[in-house]
Design a protein around this ligand. Sequence first.
Ligand code: SF4
Length: 257
Amino acid sequence: TIIEGCDKFCAYCVVPYTRGKERSRTSDSVLNEARRMAESGYTEIQLLGQNVNSYQDPSEKNSFADLLAAIGEIRGIRRVRFTTSHPRDFRRDIVEAIDSVPTLCDHVHLPVQSGSSRVLASMSREYTREQYLDRIALIRAAKNRRISITTDVIVGFPGETEAEFDETLSLLDEVGYDGIFSFKYSARPNTPSLRYADSIPDEEKWRRLQALNAKQREIQIIRFSSHLGEIIEVMVESENVARAQLIGRTSQKKTLN
Ligand code: SF4
């Protein structure tokens, strides 16, 4: 964990109230830990934070992208991942780091939550659909890497109209995600969105969730099919003894049996 807490205050989330303000570790302490792990034989490092890319070195030595690149260059480290990124603070230098340091994995998880700018404003997400798509364009513009993109989506946020839900479906098409994590909105205790009426009936939330996942399945078949015939390096993470299979992950974080 390189940063704890959150300064963003999304309407549906309790984290800023339970974990407090964002606090970053010094890059020296993170790098020293990563070096110790590499010396102990670890080969993959995952940098964690509720808003990992909002990382700010308190000693002002390194940006998040600098830290990422420096960890990727530690001898013995084969893979570096990071999660979760907030779109507001996602900058070009992160893509440039991935593009230039081979051990940084070809994957960015960039939660969007909704494809509608009105719903995003109601969620207090601090970006519009257009600004989010600008971040996607930065990732797609990587010169040397094919970076996979995954996201989180909430359906049935209070007041989400059918047309606004359709904007989320069209965003899936526009981005072409490699994977999504989808959630049905439910009010959480002590969150600002409790003051909104939970206006979408549960069966309608289920319908939207199923429509979303059906759309993503279509997209995912196309995206996964694009790997047919490729030879890809895999980090083996576990074993399915019954099937005599090894289970690993590609740099894009796709599971490979
Ligand atoms: Fe912060 Fe993420 Fe919660 Fe938003 S959803 S308040 S960015 S932790």
